[in-house]
Ligand binder design. Structure first.
Ligand code: NAD
Length: 303
């Protein structure tokens, strides 16, 4: 197998000063990418800031012979998102890869979480994703090329107690990636989701003694492939947890067709509606919506 490298490619990685993002930055830079290391050095809950982590990673990359620039703007505002992407364009003249990975955490049960804690997490994860994708998309379209990787979570696809802000953000990310995949399809842009797990500072306060080995280095090759020209998929979700790499996807049961329904008939048909023995899976592609409707019309005709 020949080595895949990133010579001539420019990557922007948010939250690259620590944890998973740092690992992605080191890997891509070691394979020839010029990297914008974005990190505002915030605390785990998203307050305070520190230019140290971003600059430390840049120094590490340069010491290993790579090329990188630090950007300490917060991804949580439209201006911050623009400044992060502008750093790539001003310094290197292009952007090929965008990995949105920055994150914070604020716990709180649904019946008591303060509005501020809800929004502070959405601002970094979900709004942050939109701010950088929105800013990068025109340059990627102009360049006819792009690889976008957004970071979801097991909490985004299945939910997690006391993390409504996180769950909403991480689920929203999937919608954003799908639209980027659809709108980027004809422009050489692919967008995918990584669902990672690693013991980083985000695990602070959790008992990880029973966890299997979960080094960020187990996740970075998966993100590296998604960020590479060789990446052949778009609008998909890859899970990378403790060395297991898998695809997550949305599927539908074949369903039940009747020309009219009552509340009672919905209840009576529930087992058949939920019968997973036959499944329909659709892809986020430009014609995906249409394909979904056509399949449903086919069923109506059969019914
Ligand atoms: P981490 O705390 O080690 O790193 C996150 C980095 O994001 C930090 O360096 C922080 O300073 C930076 N950051 C926070 N707010 C920022 C902002 N407004 N602008 C720019 N940078 C900002 O966490 P991690 O475990 O490496 O997590 C990385 C991503 O992976 C997050 O999106 C997280 O939700 C996701 N994730 C992690 C796990 C896991 O097991 N660690 C699981 C699922 C998803």
């Amino acid at each position: 197998m020949t080595d895949l490298n990133f010579d001539g490619r420019v990557a922007v990685i948010t939250g690259a000063g620590r944890g998973l993002g740092r690992e992605y930055a080191l890997l891509l830079a070691s394979r020839g990418a010029k990297v914008v290391v974005n990190d505002n050095g915030s605390s785990i809950v998203g307050d305070a800031s520190d230019a140290g982590p971003a600059h430390d990673v840049v120094r590490e990359i340069e010491a290993a012979g790579g090329e990188a620039v630090a950007c300490t703007d917060s991804v949580a505002t439209p201006e911050g998102g623009q400044a992060i992407i502008r750093t790539a364009l001003d310094r290197y003249g292009r952007i090929d890869i965008l990995i949105h990975n920055a994150g914070n955490v604020r716990y709180g049960a649904l019946d008591e979480i303060p509005q501020e804690d809800f929004e502070a997490v959405l601002d970094v994860h979900l709004m942050g994703a939109f701010h950088v994708v929105r800013a990068a998309f025109p340059a990627m379209i102009a360049g006819g090329y792009g690889r976008i990787v957004l970071t979801s979570s097991i909490g985004g696809i299945y939910g997690n107690a006391r993390c409504v802000n996180y769950g909403v953000s991480k689920a929203g990310m999937i919608g954003l990636s799908n639209v980027a995949a659809i709108e980027g399809a004809e422009k050489g842009i692919k967008s995918n989701i990584i669902i990672p797990a690693a013991v980083t500072r985000m695990a602070e306060g959790l008992d990880t003694s029973q966890y299997p080995p979960m080094d960020p280095g187990l996740v970075s090759p998966v993100v590296g492939w998604l960020a590479h020209e060789e990446c052949s998929i778009s609008g998909e979700m890859l899970i990378s947890v403790a060395g297991r790499v898998a695809k997550a996807f949305v599927t539908e049961t074949e369903g039940v067709y009747h020309p009219s329904w009552t509340i009672e008939s919905v209840g009576a048909e529930m087992d058949a509606i939920r019968d997973t023995s036959k499944q329909w899976t659709f892809a986020p592609v430009p014609a995906g919506h249409r394909e979904h409707l056509i399949k449903s019309f086919e069923m109506a005709r059969r019914g």
